[in-house]
Write a protein that binds this ligand. Structure first.
Ligand code: HEC
Length: 152
């Protein structure tokens, strides 16, 4: 009666295989990359920034991280920048290693490679990225107009 439940055993085996056995992504050749964002992504600009290790040098994923194409195409700029800055459950944040400009260079490359929500690419300003906590979009001050009194 101590035999492990079969689905549980399969699940554990899968998890172990995912954690131990998965191939890391491959760095693209430096000479082929001109985009500064993709150079950062491929570890050529900063030795401690290696997105390619998990997402592959072309962003199409490896055993360690997902293909970014389908999600980048759907995610607004703020969400992508928040992932890069703060990380997720399974991805480290890079806020301590990449300044706003560098994070935006990567965003720019991701957009040029995978597209994205139309019209949102230009809207994020550096201050918003700095000030906003990961989930809270900056609110436009809506109440001010109501306080104006007629000038007479
Ligand atoms: C240690 C592996 C690892 C590294 C290094 C890494 N990522 Fe990720 N990344 C992941 C994983 C895993 C996910 C999926 C999110 C999750 O499950 O938490 C992810 C998700 C993302 C997402 C959200 C879209 C999606 O498909 O979920 C973006 C955008 C992203 N990464 C960009 C980057 C960039 C840019 C860098 C380099 C600055 C980077 N990642 C470095 C592992 C990594």
């Amino acid at each position: 009666m101590r035999t492990m439940h079969l689905p549980t055993a399969l699940l554990l085996a899968t998890i172990v295989a995912l954690v131990v056995g998965c191939a890391a992504g491959i760095q693209l050749a430096a000479g082929g990359i001109e985009d500064p964002g993709q150079r950062l992504f491929n570890g050529y600009t900063k030795p401690n920034v290696k997105c390619f290790y998990c997402h592959n040098g072309d962003g199409r994923g490896s055993g360690k991280g997902p293909d970014l194409a389908p999600d980048v195409a759907k995610m607004p700029d703020e969400a992508i920048l928040a992932v890069i800055d703060k990380g997720t459950a399974f991805m480290p944040g890079f806020g301590d290693r990449l300044n706003d400009q560098e994070q935006k260079q990567i965003l720019g490359w991701l957009r040029s490679a995978f597209g994205g929500p139309a019209g949102e690419a230009k809207e994020v300003e550096a201050e918003e990225v700095d000030a906003a906590p990961a989930e809270a979009p900056a609110e436009a001050p809506a109440g001010e107009a109501a306080e104006e009194t007629p000038a007479e």
